[in-house]
Write a protein of this length. Structure first.
Ligand code: ATP
Ligand code: FE
Length: 331
């Protein structure tokens, strides 16, 4: 079957065409309007989605080399995400499905980040563990089969990506700060020790780190007003190292607890080079098989919605025209 998948949960308008489990096209229009505001402005995101969705879908169909009449189903991100942003994708998908008289598939965005591992080879063997690290979520999940996932632990406050972005803002970097921190940290040395939070089980906490960094900088600035400029790169490297160690320590704990040595990472923060390196090193040392999605499937994309939709299609998991988006939606 050919399935069109649409993603519009945050600030990327994306469309992909699937042929079975194969991604034929994976198109995206990013939104630069938010940079000036230091974060995503929901109203502006909705307007940009509305402007981008038709051209992005057309580009995806063209790149796949098919016409819309060949589609067997239309999939969309139902949530979680910004309500006004989701509404654009959901409404577009409903209209197209109605016009073509084909079924609709509602996909969970966070589950889709994990499902990105089923797009290309090599794929993890079931059951596998996945550390999902994105702008809104930090979870360790046990994946028993496609679409069958059990959340073993998650953040009790900020997500890992949110920590990168919020601390980056304190350090004078723009939005999103994650990729910039990744770049800058390569030049710096992790000489500052920020405390690792104590959180029970496989849960995470990142809001304490943010406060820790803020207070440390305020104290240093009183001694040296130039501290931030002089030490920005070492601060960035230190923050990144701490975030990565928090993530890796819990992941090691999860492997110990479950005995599962097939270990994957997913979501926007899985694009982080220090995290990728730490995972590869841990894998070598502990005998894990490790998996990282192709770069284009780490941050938000429609290919991951498409692969999830493909498995839902096989399971006959369709929704009706009265389906509404969900700003919060745990799978
Ligand atoms: P969610 O998927 O939880 O709804 P989201 O869709 O906004 O949230 P993603 O697009 O998966 O999140 O990821 C975006 C996050 O990834 C941002 O916080 C961004 O800073 C972070 N990020 C992207 N690249 C990197 C990188 N190289 N290093 C660190 N963080 C990164
Ligand atoms: Fe995402």
């Amino acid at each position: 079957p050919y399935i069109l998948a649409i993603e519009s949960s945050c600030d990327d308008t994306a469309a992909a065409v699937m042929q079975g489990p194969k991604v034929l096209s994976n198109c995206r229009a990013s939104q630069s309007v938010h940079e000036a505001y230091g974060g995503v402005v929901p109203e502006l995101a909705s307007r940009a989605h509305q402007a981008h969705i038709v051209p992005v879908v057309q580009a995806a169909l063209k790149e796949a080399g098919i016409v819309q009449e060949q589609l067997s189903a239309v999939a969309f991100t139902r949530g979680p995400g910004l309500m006004g942003a989701l509404l654009v994708g959901v409404s577009f998908a409903k209209g197209l499905a109605l016009a073509l008289d084909i079924p609709l598939i509602a996909v969970n965005h966070v589950q889709a980040h994990v499902m990105a591992h089923l797009i290309d080879a090599p794929q993890p063997k079931f059951p596998f563990l996945c550390l999902t690290v994105s702008g809104g979520h930090t979870q360790i999940v046990e994946v028993r089969a496609p679409l069958s996932m059990n959340i073993l632990g998650e953040s009790i406050d900020d997500a890992a990506g949110e920590a990168f972005d919020k601390i980056g803002k304190i350090l004078g970097l723009g939005y999103p700060a994650g990729p910039k921190i990744d770049q800058l940290a390569k030049e710096g040395r992790a000489i500052y020790q920020f405390t690792e939070p104590r959180v029970e089980g496989l849960n995470f906490s990142f809001s304490g780190l943010k406060t820790n960094v803020l207070q440390f900088i305020q104290k240093k600035l009183r001694e040296n007003p130039q501290f931030l400029e002089e030490e920005q790169i070492n601060l960035v490297a230190s923050v990144q190292q701490r975030i990565v160690s928090i993530l890796m320590n819990k992941l090691k704990k999860a492997v110990k607890q479950t005995g599962i040595k097939e270990v994957a990472i997913a979501g926007g923060v899985s694009a982080n080079s220090a995290l990728r390196q730490a995972l590869a090193e841990a894998g070598q040392k502990m005998g894990w098989a490790t998996y990282i999605p192709d770069f284009q499937y780490c941050t938000d994309n429609a290919g991951m919605i498409g692969i999830t939709a493909y498995y839902q299609y096989l399971a006959g998991d369709f929704v009706q025209q009265d389906t509404v988006p969900l700003a919060r939606w745990s799978y």
